[in-house]
Design a protein. Structure first.
Length: 376
């Protein structure tokens, strides 16, 4: 005779059937529900033996007995969930040791090491006699609470602290973005990005049901090209040009194309990064003096601050273009030109615009650390 008999009510059986047939539940809860359903004596259905059920569910016979025992002695809810462990472990990490590990991981690594690792931190803590012994897994769990990963570094453009030149250029750009739309005085943002020309060394494998597309990690570099981007955010209009290089002459000719794209504009405000190629002198190096002066008079140049290229809305357009169009291997500049032209046509057809929300008032609050302090 069985020592523990499972007898389910109709309501309990409905709940168990719902657990195994729909919704999202932990795997152990689903297995326990299947055990209870197959061991139910009230269903009137022929039941499998413990050995048969264990073989079907890929569990041990002892687990089935434990689930049945919890159901009989502790009830329906206790049988579904795993009981909490009874063993109590002494933690080696107290508040003081945790603070020391955090300070250690945020500091410089020892000589001969580029960065901290979990094992290196554990060894260093023992060497400094913070603790007698310590595993790298204990260090990992400690740092996980504060989301510290000292072995990782992210490249980042760090803005200066309390820099009047930075905030002056930033507020100038933000004031320009605050201007209402005016066809006679359009605001155009300009940026550029170099792109590698890459050839496949092996034929990629196309995607198939249940299998993503595959391409070989080896490739052949075929040179570079440059993509210029001019974007008028309020009008949802953009102009692109793919060149073989990013010289002062190439930039000047792109500026000329921007001017030709706005024949009725009295003056074009051009927001761009403060690079050594983006100067009025480049116009005089490319065109005759009269033509260079006439072209310069068509524009008002507004530069983003150093380490402040995020203020250039053309950078947003470039990132969209790279994700949607150039995130592929292309081995010649003619194909790049066709792809970029097709992307631009579709983007213009959608009348895609940039809704810039950041204002000078926001900057004075959120970026207050960048503003110099002074005594009134």
């Amino acid at each position: 005779m069985e020592k523990y008999l499972v007898t389910l009510t109709s309501e309990e059986r409905e709940q168990l059937e719902a657990i195994v047939s729909k919704g999202s539940h932990q795997s152990q809860k689903v297995i326990n529900a299947l055990i209870l359903l197959n061991c139910d004596t009230s269903s009137g259905r022929p039941r499998r033996s413990g050995e048969e059920l264990a073989a079907v569910l890929h569990v041990s016979a002892r687990k089935i007995d434990r689930v049945k025992k919890r159901f009989v002695e502790e009830g329906y809810e206790a049988a579904l969930v795993r009981p909490p462990g009874q063993r109590v472990y002494d933690s080696k990490i107290d508040g003081e040791l945790e603070a020391r590990l955090i300070a250690l991981s945020c500091g410089a690594p020892p000589e001969g090491q580029a960065k901290w690792s979990l094992r290196l931190l554990a060894q260093r803590a023992v060497e400094l006699e913070y603790v007698d012994s310590l595993s790298h897994e204990t260090v990992r769990r400690t740092l996980k609470k504060t989301k510290l990963k000292p072995w990782r570094k992210i490249g980042w453009v760090i803005p200066p602290q309390a820099n009047a030149e930075f905030v002056a250029a930033m507020e100038k750009v933000l004031d320009v973005y605050h201007r209402p739309y005016d066809a006679a005085h359009p605001v155009v943002c300009m940026d550029e990005t170099p792109r590698q020309l890459i050839r496949q060394t092996r034929e990629p494998i196309a995607a198939a049901p249940g299998r993503p597309a595959r391409e070989d990690y080896e490739y052949e570099r075929c040179g570079v090209c440059n993509v210029f981007m001019a974007s008028e955010p309020l009008a949802g209009r953009r102009l692109t040009k793919v060149t073989e290089s990013r010289t002062r002459v190439q930039w000047s000719r792109f500026v000329q194309e921007i001017a030709e794209a706005y024949p009725d504009a009295q003056r074009i405000t051009l927001v761009m990064d403060n690079l050594n190629t983006h100067t009025a002198a480049a116009l005089y190096e490319t065109f005759p003096p009269a033509q260079a002066k006439a072209l310069w008079d068509r524009f008002e140049f507004v530069y983003t601050p150093k380490h402040g290229s995020w203020l250039n809305m053309a950078e947003i357009e470039l990132n969209v273009m790279i994700r949607q169009c150039l995130d592929q291997r292309i081995d010649n500049i003619d194909t790049v030109r066709r792809e970029v032209a097709a992307w631009q046509a579709r983007r213009d057809q959608l009348n895609a615009r940039i809704n810039w929300q950041f204002t000078t008032d926001d900057a004075r609050i959120k970026l207050s650390r960048l503003y110099p302090t002074f005594e009134a």
